[in-house]
Design a protein around this ligand. Sequence first.
Ligand code: SF4
Length: 115
Amino acid sequence: MTEETTKVAVVRCERISEACAGYGCLTAFNDRKVKFKDMDDAELVGFFTCGGCPGRRVKRLVKKLQSKDRAPNVIHLSSCMLYGEDMNYIECPSLDEIEDMISSMGIEVVRGTHH
Ligand code: SF4
């Protein structure tokens, strides 16, 4: 991979992660499906949970990733943060704040991974 590749990280819901090993997000990335389609040049450089409500670990981990040679230029908010009980998820009450915080750090935010 070259320096021009898209560097992708995924943040996901801490609460949902108790029952999720990340298969859906990672399969979508590896197969370049749904929210990762048309990202042939991408590499995954981070995959982390929010740290619990209200996303207390996000800023710290994004900063840590930004300090790396392969810092992310796109961060996806996992699908489990976007949907509610009808999808067996918990609709994240802090979604807008988490998105704004990551954006304010100069990183593009995409909502969703595998749905
Ligand atoms: S509901 Fe939102 S803030 Fe709370 S643990 Fe899940 S993703 Fe994190």
